[in-house]
Design a protein around this ligand. Structure first.
Ligand code: GDP
Ligand code: IMO
Ligand code: MG
Length: 421
Protein backbone atom coordinates (compact mmCIF):
# COMPACT_ATOMS: atom_id res chain seq x y z
CA UNK A 1 0.00 0.00 0.00
CA UNK A 2 0.99 3.59 -0.49
CA UNK A 3 0.74 6.25 2.21
CA UNK A 4 1.19 9.90 1.38
CA UNK A 5 2.65 12.83 3.30
CA UNK A 6 1.90 16.20 1.77
CA UNK A 7 1.57 19.88 2.65
CA UNK A 8 -1.86 21.44 3.19
CA UNK A 9 -0.91 25.11 2.97
CA UNK A 10 1.40 27.07 0.65
CA UNK A 11 4.48 24.89 1.20
CA UNK A 12 7.19 24.69 3.88
CA UNK A 13 4.88 23.02 6.38
CA UNK A 14 7.75 20.82 7.60
CA UNK A 15 7.17 17.88 5.25
CA UNK A 16 10.89 16.96 5.17
CA UNK A 17 11.10 16.55 8.92
CA UNK A 18 7.88 14.51 9.06
CA UNK A 19 8.88 12.22 6.17
CA UNK A 20 12.26 11.64 7.85
CA UNK A 21 10.43 10.76 11.08
CA UNK A 22 8.10 8.22 9.45
CA UNK A 23 10.70 6.84 6.99
CA UNK A 24 11.82 3.87 9.17
CA UNK A 25 8.28 2.46 8.89
CA UNK A 26 8.57 2.24 5.10
CA UNK A 27 10.58 0.36 2.47
CA UNK A 28 10.43 3.03 -0.23
CA UNK A 29 10.13 6.82 -0.09
CA UNK A 30 9.10 8.34 -3.42
CA UNK A 31 8.86 11.91 -4.67
CA UNK A 32 5.99 12.19 -7.16
CA UNK A 33 6.04 15.83 -8.37
CA UNK A 34 7.87 19.13 -8.18
CA UNK A 35 11.59 19.57 -8.50
CA UNK A 36 14.36 21.75 -7.07
CA UNK A 37 11.80 24.41 -6.17
CA UNK A 38 11.29 22.29 -3.04
CA UNK A 39 13.46 22.77 0.02
CA UNK A 40 12.88 20.10 2.66
CA UNK A 41 14.82 20.60 5.88
CA UNK A 42 15.76 17.82 8.21
CA UNK A 43 18.29 17.22 10.96
CA UNK A 44 20.74 14.35 11.05
CA UNK A 45 22.06 14.49 14.61
CA UNK A 46 22.48 18.21 15.05
CA UNK A 47 23.44 18.82 11.42
CA UNK A 48 20.87 20.55 9.26
CA UNK A 49 20.35 19.33 5.69
CA UNK A 50 18.10 20.81 3.00
CA UNK A 51 16.98 18.36 0.32
CA UNK A 52 15.56 19.61 -2.96
CA UNK A 53 15.05 16.57 -5.18
CA UNK A 54 16.27 13.57 -3.21
CA UNK A 55 13.46 12.06 -1.10
CA UNK A 56 13.70 12.71 2.64
CA UNK A 57 14.16 9.00 3.43
CA UNK A 58 17.73 9.06 2.17
CA UNK A 59 19.33 9.07 5.62
CA UNK A 60 17.77 5.76 6.64
CA UNK A 61 19.88 2.81 5.66
CA UNK A 62 17.02 0.41 5.05
CA UNK A 63 14.85 2.66 2.90
CA UNK A 64 15.11 2.95 -0.84
CA UNK A 65 14.35 6.30 -2.48
CA UNK A 66 12.69 6.93 -5.81
CA UNK A 67 12.50 10.10 -7.87
CA UNK A 68 9.26 9.42 -9.73
CA UNK A 69 8.15 10.22 -13.28
CA UNK A 70 6.08 13.22 -12.17
CA UNK A 71 9.16 15.10 -10.93
CA UNK A 72 11.14 17.54 -13.09
CA UNK A 73 14.81 16.94 -12.40
CA UNK A 74 17.76 19.30 -12.63
CA UNK A 75 20.95 17.22 -12.92
CA UNK A 76 23.07 20.12 -11.64
CA UNK A 77 21.16 20.43 -8.36
CA UNK A 78 21.02 16.64 -8.06
CA UNK A 79 24.77 16.27 -8.30
CA UNK A 80 25.26 18.93 -5.62
CA UNK A 81 22.74 17.19 -3.36
CA UNK A 82 24.36 13.81 -3.84
CA UNK A 83 27.70 15.31 -2.81
CA UNK A 84 26.02 16.74 0.30
CA UNK A 85 24.50 13.42 1.40
CA UNK A 86 27.79 11.65 0.66
CA UNK A 87 29.29 13.75 3.51
CA UNK A 88 27.03 11.70 5.80
CA UNK A 89 28.36 8.45 4.39
CA UNK A 90 25.35 7.86 2.14
CA UNK A 91 26.09 6.25 -1.21
CA UNK A 92 23.22 7.20 -3.52
CA UNK A 93 24.27 4.49 -5.95
CA UNK A 94 22.85 2.04 -3.40
CA UNK A 95 19.63 3.69 -2.25
CA UNK A 96 18.50 6.21 -4.89
CA UNK A 97 16.55 5.29 -8.03
CA UNK A 98 15.35 7.62 -10.76
CA UNK A 99 12.51 6.97 -13.16
CA UNK A 100 13.51 7.05 -16.81
CA UNK A 101 10.29 8.99 -17.53
CA UNK A 102 11.27 11.89 -15.25
CA UNK A 103 11.54 15.09 -17.28
CA UNK A 104 14.79 17.04 -17.30
CA UNK A 105 15.16 20.70 -16.42
CA UNK A 106 17.52 22.22 -18.98
CA UNK A 107 19.58 25.41 -18.53
CA UNK A 108 17.25 27.13 -21.01
CA UNK A 109 14.27 26.25 -18.78
CA UNK A 110 15.91 28.23 -16.00
CA UNK A 111 16.56 31.10 -18.40
CA UNK A 112 12.95 30.99 -19.62
CA UNK A 113 11.67 31.02 -16.04
CA UNK A 114 13.72 34.15 -15.36
CA UNK A 115 12.71 35.82 -18.64
CA UNK A 116 9.04 35.05 -18.09
CA UNK A 117 9.10 36.40 -14.53
CA UNK A 118 10.91 39.58 -15.63
CA UNK A 119 8.32 40.16 -18.35
CA UNK A 120 5.46 39.98 -15.82
CA UNK A 121 6.68 42.95 -13.79
CA UNK A 122 4.49 43.47 -10.72
CA UNK A 123 2.31 40.47 -11.61
CA UNK A 124 5.20 38.05 -11.30
CA UNK A 125 4.50 34.72 -9.55
CA UNK A 126 7.63 35.00 -7.43
CA UNK A 127 8.84 31.69 -8.83
CA UNK A 128 11.94 30.05 -7.38
CA UNK A 129 13.58 30.54 -10.83
CA UNK A 130 14.52 26.86 -10.95
CA UNK A 131 12.91 26.34 -14.37
CA UNK A 132 9.88 24.47 -13.05
CA UNK A 133 7.14 26.16 -15.13
CA UNK A 134 9.01 25.94 -18.48
CA UNK A 135 10.02 22.29 -17.85
CA UNK A 136 6.39 21.27 -17.17
CA UNK A 137 5.30 23.32 -20.20
CA UNK A 138 7.65 21.25 -22.35
CA UNK A 139 6.21 18.09 -20.82
CA UNK A 140 2.58 18.94 -21.56
CA UNK A 141 3.63 20.59 -24.84
CA UNK A 142 5.29 17.27 -25.78
CA UNK A 143 8.73 18.72 -26.35
CA UNK A 144 10.58 17.80 -23.17
CA UNK A 145 13.56 15.53 -22.72
CA UNK A 146 13.51 12.76 -20.16
CA UNK A 147 16.11 11.02 -18.02
CA UNK A 148 15.85 7.91 -20.21
CA UNK A 149 16.77 10.01 -23.26
CA UNK A 150 20.21 10.60 -21.75
CA UNK A 151 21.09 6.99 -22.45
CA UNK A 152 20.34 7.32 -26.16
CA UNK A 153 23.03 8.43 -28.58
CA UNK A 154 20.62 10.95 -30.11
CA UNK A 155 20.50 12.96 -26.86
CA UNK A 156 22.81 15.78 -27.99
CA UNK A 157 20.91 16.22 -31.25
CA UNK A 158 17.61 16.27 -29.37
CA UNK A 159 19.05 18.78 -26.93
CA UNK A 160 20.25 21.11 -29.72
CA UNK A 161 16.86 20.97 -31.42
CA UNK A 162 15.01 21.93 -28.27
CA UNK A 163 17.60 24.55 -27.37
CA UNK A 164 16.96 26.27 -30.71
CA UNK A 165 13.24 26.41 -29.94
CA UNK A 166 13.99 27.86 -26.53
CA UNK A 167 16.37 30.42 -28.03
CA UNK A 168 13.56 31.81 -30.18
CA UNK A 169 11.39 32.15 -27.10
CA UNK A 170 14.21 33.82 -25.18
CA UNK A 171 14.74 36.22 -28.08
CA UNK A 172 11.07 37.18 -27.97
CA UNK A 173 11.57 38.07 -24.28
CA UNK A 174 14.68 40.08 -25.27
CA UNK A 175 16.61 37.86 -22.89
CA UNK A 176 20.27 37.82 -23.79
CA UNK A 177 22.15 36.67 -20.72
CA UNK A 178 24.99 34.29 -21.45
CA UNK A 179 24.09 30.83 -20.17
CA UNK A 180 27.10 28.95 -21.56
CA UNK A 181 28.42 28.33 -18.04
CA UNK A 182 25.09 26.80 -17.02
CA UNK A 183 25.26 24.54 -20.06
CA UNK A 184 28.78 23.39 -19.27
CA UNK A 185 27.71 22.55 -15.73
CA UNK A 186 24.62 20.78 -17.09
CA UNK A 187 26.55 18.46 -19.39
CA UNK A 188 29.03 17.62 -16.61
CA UNK A 189 26.13 16.80 -14.30
CA UNK A 190 24.46 14.69 -16.99
CA UNK A 191 27.52 12.41 -17.04
CA UNK A 192 27.14 12.01 -13.27
CA UNK A 193 23.40 11.32 -13.55
CA UNK A 194 24.00 8.59 -16.15
CA UNK A 195 25.99 6.65 -13.51
CA UNK A 196 23.00 6.52 -11.12
CA UNK A 197 20.22 3.90 -11.04
CA UNK A 198 17.84 4.80 -13.86
CA UNK A 199 14.81 2.53 -13.77
CA UNK A 200 11.30 2.10 -15.17
CA UNK A 201 9.76 3.80 -12.13
CA UNK A 202 6.23 2.45 -12.58
CA UNK A 203 7.42 -1.19 -12.63
CA UNK A 204 9.89 -0.49 -9.84
CA UNK A 205 7.13 0.68 -7.51
CA UNK A 206 4.33 -1.66 -8.56
CA UNK A 207 6.53 -4.74 -8.13
CA UNK A 208 7.31 -3.59 -4.63
CA UNK A 209 3.63 -2.97 -3.89
CA UNK A 210 2.85 -6.48 -5.14
CA UNK A 211 5.46 -7.93 -2.77
CA UNK A 212 3.73 -6.18 0.14
CA UNK A 213 6.39 -3.53 0.68
CA UNK A 214 5.39 -0.26 2.31
CA UNK A 215 5.63 2.86 0.17
CA UNK A 216 5.56 6.46 1.35
CA UNK A 217 4.93 9.17 -1.25
CA UNK A 218 6.47 12.52 -0.31
CA UNK A 219 4.75 15.65 -1.57
CA UNK A 220 6.50 18.88 -2.42
CA UNK A 221 5.06 22.40 -2.27
CA UNK A 222 1.58 22.59 -0.73
CA UNK A 223 -2.04 21.95 -1.70
CA UNK A 224 -2.75 25.67 -2.17
CA UNK A 225 0.04 25.72 -4.79
CA UNK A 226 -1.56 22.89 -6.81
CA UNK A 227 -1.82 23.87 -10.48
CA UNK A 228 -5.51 22.92 -10.64
CA UNK A 229 -6.81 23.61 -7.13
CA UNK A 230 -4.42 26.22 -5.75
CA UNK A 231 -4.60 29.99 -5.95
CA UNK A 232 -4.08 30.04 -9.72
CA UNK A 233 -2.11 31.63 -11.39
CA UNK A 234 0.00 32.02 -8.24
CA UNK A 235 0.77 28.32 -8.04
CA UNK A 236 3.46 25.89 -9.07
CA UNK A 237 3.13 23.82 -12.25
CA UNK A 238 2.35 20.37 -10.88
CA UNK A 239 -0.40 18.53 -9.01
CA UNK A 240 0.73 18.72 -5.43
CA UNK A 241 -2.42 17.02 -4.05
CA UNK A 242 -2.82 13.30 -3.39
CA UNK A 243 -4.18 12.67 -6.92
CA UNK A 244 -0.70 13.59 -8.17
CA UNK A 245 0.67 10.44 -6.51
CA UNK A 246 -1.11 8.22 -9.06
CA UNK A 247 0.03 10.13 -12.14
CA UNK A 248 3.44 10.93 -10.71
CA UNK A 249 4.37 7.37 -9.74
CA UNK A 250 2.15 5.27 -11.96
CA UNK A 251 0.19 3.65 -9.13
CA UNK A 252 -3.52 2.93 -9.04
CA UNK A 253 -5.86 5.03 -6.85
CA UNK A 254 -6.92 2.00 -4.80
CA UNK A 255 -3.33 1.45 -3.61
CA UNK A 256 -3.47 4.68 -1.62
CA UNK A 257 -4.20 4.20 2.06
CA UNK A 258 -3.35 7.02 4.48
CA UNK A 259 -3.08 10.63 3.39
CA UNK A 260 -1.16 12.45 6.10
CA UNK A 261 -1.61 16.19 5.77
CA UNK A 262 0.98 18.49 7.30
CA UNK A 263 -0.02 21.95 8.48
CA UNK A 264 1.77 24.57 10.51
CA UNK A 265 0.01 25.80 13.66
CA UNK A 266 -0.13 29.13 11.80
CA UNK A 267 0.44 29.86 8.11
CA UNK A 268 3.14 31.08 5.73
CA UNK A 269 3.56 31.73 2.04
CA UNK A 270 6.60 32.64 -0.03
CA UNK A 271 6.24 34.40 -3.38
CA UNK A 272 3.26 36.33 -4.73
CA UNK A 273 -0.47 35.64 -4.61
CA UNK A 274 -3.45 35.73 -2.26
CA UNK A 275 -2.93 35.01 1.42
CA UNK A 276 -6.05 36.10 3.32
CA UNK A 277 -4.63 35.73 6.84
CA UNK A 278 -1.32 37.46 6.10
CA UNK A 279 -0.23 39.76 8.94
CA UNK A 280 1.61 42.83 7.72
CA UNK A 281 2.15 44.07 11.27
CA UNK A 282 4.47 43.34 14.17
CA UNK A 283 2.66 40.05 14.92
CA UNK A 284 3.58 38.84 11.41
CA UNK A 285 7.13 40.00 12.06
CA UNK A 286 7.16 38.12 15.37
CA UNK A 287 5.96 34.88 13.73
CA UNK A 288 8.70 35.26 11.10
CA UNK A 289 11.34 35.76 13.78
CA UNK A 290 10.13 33.00 16.13
CA UNK A 291 9.56 30.53 13.30
CA UNK A 292 12.73 31.53 11.46
CA UNK A 293 10.55 31.89 8.38
CA UNK A 294 13.04 32.29 5.56
CA UNK A 295 12.86 30.13 2.43
CA UNK A 296 14.94 26.92 2.48
CA UNK A 297 15.55 27.20 -1.28
CA UNK A 298 15.73 30.92 -1.99
CA UNK A 299 16.32 32.47 1.44
CA UNK A 300 13.43 34.88 0.86
CA UNK A 301 11.49 36.02 3.96
CA UNK A 302 8.23 34.09 4.16
CA UNK A 303 4.95 35.97 4.53
CA UNK A 304 3.34 35.00 7.85
CA UNK A 305 -0.18 34.92 9.27
CA UNK A 306 -2.65 33.02 11.44
CA UNK A 307 -3.97 29.59 10.51
CA UNK A 308 -6.55 29.64 7.70
CA UNK A 309 -9.23 27.02 8.41
CA UNK A 310 -11.15 27.75 5.20
CA UNK A 311 -8.06 26.79 3.19
CA UNK A 312 -7.28 23.88 5.51
CA UNK A 313 -10.78 22.38 5.15
CA UNK A 314 -10.51 22.78 1.38
CA UNK A 315 -7.10 21.06 1.35
CA UNK A 316 -8.41 18.17 3.50
CA UNK A 317 -11.30 17.77 1.06
CA UNK A 318 -9.31 17.68 -2.20
CA UNK A 319 -6.66 15.38 -0.71
CA UNK A 320 -8.88 13.00 1.27
CA UNK A 321 -6.73 13.62 4.34
CA UNK A 322 -7.01 10.80 6.89
CA UNK A 323 -4.82 12.35 9.58
CA UNK A 324 -3.10 15.62 10.37
CA UNK A 325 0.32 16.54 11.65
CA UNK A 326 0.60 20.02 13.13
CA UNK A 327 4.13 21.43 12.98
CA UNK A 328 5.84 24.48 14.45
CA UNK A 329 3.45 24.39 17.40
CA UNK A 330 6.28 25.69 19.62
CA UNK A 331 6.40 28.89 17.57
CA UNK A 332 3.10 29.93 19.18
CA UNK A 333 4.50 29.41 22.72
CA UNK A 334 4.89 33.11 23.65
CA UNK A 335 1.42 34.23 22.55
CA UNK A 336 -1.29 34.91 25.13
CA UNK A 337 -3.93 34.97 22.39
CA UNK A 338 -3.88 33.21 19.04
CA UNK A 339 -6.32 33.50 16.17
CA UNK A 340 -7.83 31.13 13.61
CA UNK A 341 -9.66 32.22 10.47
CA UNK A 342 -13.04 30.45 10.39
CA UNK A 343 -14.56 32.28 7.40
CA UNK A 344 -13.80 34.96 4.87
CA UNK A 345 -15.75 38.15 4.38
CA UNK A 346 -16.01 39.41 0.80
CA UNK A 347 -18.01 42.56 0.01
CA UNK A 348 -19.97 42.20 3.26
CA UNK A 349 -20.83 38.53 2.63
CA UNK A 350 -19.45 35.60 4.62
CA UNK A 351 -17.75 32.80 2.68
CA UNK A 352 -16.91 29.42 4.17
CA UNK A 353 -15.37 28.05 0.97
CA UNK A 354 -12.45 28.87 -1.33
CA UNK A 355 -13.77 31.11 -4.12
CA UNK A 356 -12.83 30.57 -7.77
CA UNK A 357 -10.80 33.71 -8.19
CA UNK A 358 -9.11 34.74 -4.96
CA UNK A 359 -6.63 36.99 -6.70
CA UNK A 360 -9.10 39.67 -7.76
CA UNK A 361 -11.01 39.75 -4.46
CA UNK A 362 -10.64 41.76 -1.31
CA UNK A 363 -10.87 38.95 1.22
CA UNK A 364 -11.07 39.79 4.90
CA UNK A 365 -10.52 36.98 7.40
CA UNK A 366 -13.09 36.45 10.18
CA UNK A 367 -11.18 35.26 13.23
CA UNK A 368 -11.94 33.27 16.34
CA UNK A 369 -9.77 34.22 19.31
CA UNK A 370 -8.23 31.30 21.16
CA UNK A 371 -6.40 31.32 24.47
CA UNK A 372 -2.68 30.69 24.00
CA UNK A 373 -0.72 28.30 26.26
CA UNK A 374 1.94 30.91 26.83
CA UNK A 375 4.62 28.47 28.00
CA UNK A 376 7.49 26.57 26.45
CA UNK A 377 6.72 23.15 24.97
CA UNK A 378 10.00 22.50 23.12
CA UNK A 379 11.18 20.01 25.74
CA UNK A 380 7.85 18.23 26.16
CA UNK A 381 7.93 14.53 25.39
CA UNK A 382 4.32 13.42 25.67
CA UNK A 383 0.78 14.63 25.20
CA UNK A 384 -0.21 14.64 28.87
CA UNK A 385 2.60 17.03 29.79
CA UNK A 386 1.40 19.62 27.24
CA UNK A 387 -0.49 22.66 28.56
CA UNK A 388 -4.30 22.43 28.71
CA UNK A 389 -4.71 25.40 26.38
CA UNK A 390 -2.78 23.50 23.70
CA UNK A 391 -4.98 20.42 24.24
CA UNK A 392 -7.94 22.74 23.58
CA UNK A 393 -6.31 24.25 20.47
CA UNK A 394 -5.76 20.75 19.03
CA UNK A 395 -9.35 19.78 19.77
CA UNK A 396 -10.61 23.00 18.25
CA UNK A 397 -8.66 22.48 14.97
CA UNK A 398 -9.84 18.82 14.78
CA UNK A 399 -13.44 19.95 15.04
CA UNK A 400 -13.06 22.88 12.65
CA UNK A 401 -11.47 20.91 9.80
CA UNK A 402 -13.03 17.49 10.36
CA UNK A 403 -9.74 15.56 10.47
CA UNK A 404 -7.77 14.46 13.50
CA UNK A 405 -4.36 15.80 14.52
CA UNK A 406 -2.35 12.65 15.26
CA UNK A 407 1.03 14.30 15.90
CA UNK A 408 2.30 17.68 16.87
CA UNK A 409 5.83 18.80 16.15
CA UNK A 410 7.37 20.96 18.86
CA UNK A 411 10.73 21.89 17.36
CA UNK A 412 12.88 21.23 14.29
CA UNK A 413 14.76 18.29 15.87
CA UNK A 414 14.14 14.68 14.94
CA UNK A 415 12.88 13.81 18.43
CA UNK A 416 10.66 16.87 18.81
CA UNK A 417 7.40 15.20 17.87
CA UNK A 418 4.55 14.10 20.11
CA UNK A 419 1.84 11.59 19.35
CA UNK A 420 -1.70 12.77 20.10
CA UNK A 421 -3.96 10.03 21.49
P1 GDP B 1 9.12 21.63 3.94
O1 GDP B 1 9.43 22.32 2.66
O2 GDP B 1 7.67 21.38 4.12
O3 GDP B 1 9.93 20.38 4.17
O4 GDP B 1 9.53 22.66 5.09
P2 GDP B 1 10.87 23.55 5.14
O5 GDP B 1 12.02 22.69 5.47
O6 GDP B 1 10.98 24.41 3.95
O7 GDP B 1 10.51 24.55 6.32
C1 GDP B 1 10.21 24.10 7.59
C2 GDP B 1 11.19 24.75 8.59
O8 GDP B 1 10.70 24.60 9.90
C3 GDP B 1 12.55 24.09 8.60
O9 GDP B 1 13.52 25.05 8.90
C4 GDP B 1 12.44 23.07 9.72
O10 GDP B 1 13.70 22.76 10.32
C5 GDP B 1 11.58 23.81 10.69
N1 GDP B 1 10.67 22.99 11.51
C6 GDP B 1 10.02 21.84 11.18
N2 GDP B 1 9.20 21.46 12.18
C7 GDP B 1 9.35 22.39 13.17
C8 GDP B 1 8.74 22.57 14.44
O11 GDP B 1 7.89 21.81 14.90
N3 GDP B 1 9.14 23.66 15.16
C9 GDP B 1 10.06 24.55 14.70
N4 GDP B 1 10.38 25.59 15.47
N5 GDP B 1 10.64 24.41 13.51
C10 GDP B 1 10.28 23.35 12.74
P1 IMO C 1 8.46 23.08 -0.51
O1 IMO C 1 8.42 21.68 -1.09
C1 IMO C 1 7.10 27.19 -0.67
C2 IMO C 1 6.24 28.83 -4.65
C3 IMO C 1 7.15 29.92 -5.16
C4 IMO C 1 6.19 30.68 -6.06
C5 IMO C 1 5.33 29.57 -6.65
C6 IMO C 1 5.78 29.10 -8.03
O2 IMO C 1 9.73 23.43 0.14
O3 IMO C 1 7.26 23.28 0.36
P2 IMO C 1 7.84 27.69 -8.94
O4 IMO C 1 9.31 27.86 -8.72
O5 IMO C 1 7.30 26.38 -8.46
O6 IMO C 1 7.43 28.00 -10.33
O7 IMO C 1 7.17 28.83 -8.02
O8 IMO C 1 5.40 28.50 -5.74
N1 IMO C 1 6.94 27.60 -4.23
C7 IMO C 1 7.12 27.23 -2.96
N2 IMO C 1 6.79 27.85 -1.82
N3 IMO C 1 7.66 25.96 -0.65
C8 IMO C 1 7.95 25.31 -1.79
O9 IMO C 1 8.36 24.03 -1.80
C9 IMO C 1 7.73 25.96 -3.02
N4 IMO C 1 7.93 25.63 -4.32
C10 IMO C 1 7.43 26.64 -5.04
O10 IMO C 1 7.64 30.71 -4.11
O11 IMO C 1 5.36 31.49 -5.28
MG1 MG D 1 10.39 24.03 1.96
Amino acid sequence: MVDVILGLQWGDEGKGKIVDYFAPQYDVIARFQGGPNAGHTLYVGDRKVVLHQIPSGVFHEKTVNLIGSGVVLDPVTLRRECAKVAEFGIDVRKNLFISERTHLILPTHRALDKASEQSKGNDKIGSTLKGIGPAYMDKTGRNGLRVGDLLDKSFTTQYIKLRLKHQKMLDSFNFNEDISEWEEEFFDAVEFLKQLNIVPGEYFINERIRKGQRILAEGAQGSMLDVDFGTFPFVTSSNTISAGVCTGLGVAPQTIRDVIGVTKAYCTRVGGGPFPTELLDETGEELRKLGNEFGATTGRPRRCGWIDLVALRFACMVNGVTQLVMTKTDVLDPFTDIYACEKYSVGGKDLDYIPFQMTRMDIQPIYTKIKGWNSSIENSKDFTSLPGALHSYIQYIDGAVGAKIKYISNGPGRDQIISVP
